[in-house]
Design a binder for this molecule. Structure first.
Ligand SMILES: *[C@@H]1O[C@H](CO)[C@@H](O)[C@H](O)[C@H]1NC(C)=O
Ligand SMILES: *[C@@H]1O[C@H](CO)[C@@H](O)[C@H](O)[C@H]1NC(C)=O
Length: 171
């Protein structure tokens, strides 16, 4: 009796503390939520190494992780680990290459939540999209973000967007 009262008294608050907010799929928001300020570094710590064996499924996982890192989490380490070193920038305001955009993202500023923004990966074209104040489009090549557009883009209809693989939501 004593033990069970003790357990009930101790475990209830621990359980309440351990229950994090979850997204619509029941996935806790916090475990991908690793905002990091890396502006003390003059360059991204690691870039994506193109790998022709990366599968479409793996690309879909990476595309979601890129969206999370860029928009929701403010995680420049993960974001730039998914951009290759010959990234082509189609916005005329910036040079190509990940180095040209490092200072924009190094602080890990969060742009929005999953509720206030949208992600889409279209496997037939290897394009991913993010919708927030604007619409970005990226082309994935050999498992890496290789090209970017953000002018006059249209977000694809939902039926073109691949479901986010469950593996994309595990650490
Ligand atoms: C390339 O991708 C394949 C498939 O994901 C993986 O098995 C392999 O280890 C990768 N190679 C390198 C060098 O990372
Ligand atoms: C998309 O990327 C995957 C993985 O790199 C590749 O196998 C596939 O051929 C690509 N598809 C198109 C349409 O480029």
């Amino acid at each position: 009796m004593r033990l069970s009262l003790l357990s009930a008294g101790l475990l209830a608050p621990l359980t309440a503390l351990a229950a994090p907010a979850t997204d619509a799929a029941g996935v806790p928001y916090d475990y991908l939520n690793k905002r990091e300020n890396l502006c003390s570094l003059s360059a991204p710590p690691a870039l994506c190494v193109p790998n022709a064996s990366v599968t479409p499924e793996e690309t879909a996982i990476r595309a979601y992780k890129f969206y999370r890192a860029f928009i929701v989490d403010g995680d420049p380490r993960t974001m730039f680990s998914l951009i290759d070193n010959v990234y082509t920038q189609h916005n005329p305001g910036y040079r190509s290459g990940p180095q040209a955009i490092w200072s924009l993202f190094c602080a890990g500023r969060k742009i929005g939540t999953e509720q206030s923004t949208s992600h889409c990966f279209v496997p037939s074209t290897n394009m991913s999209y993010a919708r927030y104040a604007t619409i970005d489009r990226w082309r994935w090549v050999d498992g890496c973000v290789h090209e970017h557009w953000d002018q006059g883009e249209r977000f694809p209809p939902a039926d073109q967007c691949a479901p986010v693989p469950a593996a994309a939501k595990t650490p």
